[in-house]
Design a protein around this ligand. Structure first.
Ligand SMILES: Nc1ccn([C@@H]2O[C@H](COP(=O)(O)OP(=O)(O)OP(=O)(O)O)[C@@H](O)[C@H]2O)c(=O)n1
Ligand SMILES: C[C@](O)(CO)[C@H](O)COP(=O)(O)O
Length: 226
């Protein structure tokens, strides 16, 4: 758990405002059940081991908030968490969550609602590292061989030791994060680190975990796979 004195300055935005098009399910994937509980509930519970509910912001699809309310009733899950509306892109969802934070200084972690296996230790480490260096971006080394494919279709092996697979949480100083999110959205913004980098802020990497997967496509939920 974060030190009591820091509780009012440490925030986490859990982004669950997407539609989950690659999952091809009837409801957005963050609401699907995993071991009897909504994926999003697992994720929030991991964060509640580190931060109180008052420091969390949950970004939900504007049109599907009733689904989440029904699931919370059904699963008797009632943490008092502020919500914000999702935007058309992840960048816009993060920005919608960010404007609900009114304190001027502190730290903010952004985490995908569909990464339910995040450990409290990684969350904790991301806050500690961001407090020291200004940022903490979770990642893991690449386990497979990697090839780059040129425009002509010809591929070439690359040195995988030079690459990292990026996960969340991604945690930053609030002041620089706010400044970074004032930029015009770019098509290459796939995460918060790319936004911070575009705005000129340095990125510190921290060790993630291979089990901290992002549930993205149906294979990620196949029985026996998880
Ligand atoms: N407009 C968006 C898009 C994504 N997200 C969130 O960002 C996380 C990672 O995004 P991704 O896995 O791509 O989710 P979706 O956008 O929902 O999926 P897809 O790209 O397959 O449509 C998810 O928790 C998702 O809900 C969000 O809050 N708002
Ligand atoms: C933020 C992220 O999960 C880091 O790996 C990823 O970039 C999200 O990408 P997506 O295309 O929105 O799933």
């Amino acid at each position: 758990m974060i030190d009591n004195a820091q509780l009012t300055t440490h925030f986490a935005i859990i982004v669950a405002g997407g539609s989950g098009s690659r999952m091809k399910s009837d409801v957005p994937k963050q609401f699907l059940l995993l071991n009897g509980k909504p994926i999003l509930q697992h994720t929030i519970e991991r964060f509640l081991e580190v931060l109180p509910a008052s420091q969390l912001i949950l970004v939900l699809p504007a049109k599907e908030q009733a689904i989440w309310e029904d699931l919370c009733q059904e699963h008797d899950f009632h943490p008092s968490i502020q919500t914000a509306n999702g935007g058309a892109t992840r960048f816009q969802s993060v920005r919608n969550g960010l404007i609900t934070i009114t304190v001027s200084e502190g730290l903010v972690a952004v985490h995908d609602g569909v990464r339910p296996f995040i450990s409290p230790e990684i969350i904790q480490n991301s806050f500690e590292t961001a407090a020291r260096t200004g940022s903490a971006v979770t990642c893991v080394p690449v386990k497979d061989s990697v090839r780059v494919v040129g425009a002509n279709g010809v591929s070439q092996a690359v040195d995988r030791s030079q690459y990292r697979l990026v996960q969340t949480p991604q945690t930053f100083q609030l002041t620089s994060f706010r400044q970074a999110f004032q930029v015009e959205e770019q098509s290459f913004f796939t995460d918060c680190a790319s936004v911070m980098e575009y705005a000129g802020f340095p990125i510190t990497l921290i060790e993630g975990a291979y089990e901290n997967i992002k549930i993205t496509t149906p294979e990620d939920l196949k029985p026996g796979f998880l």
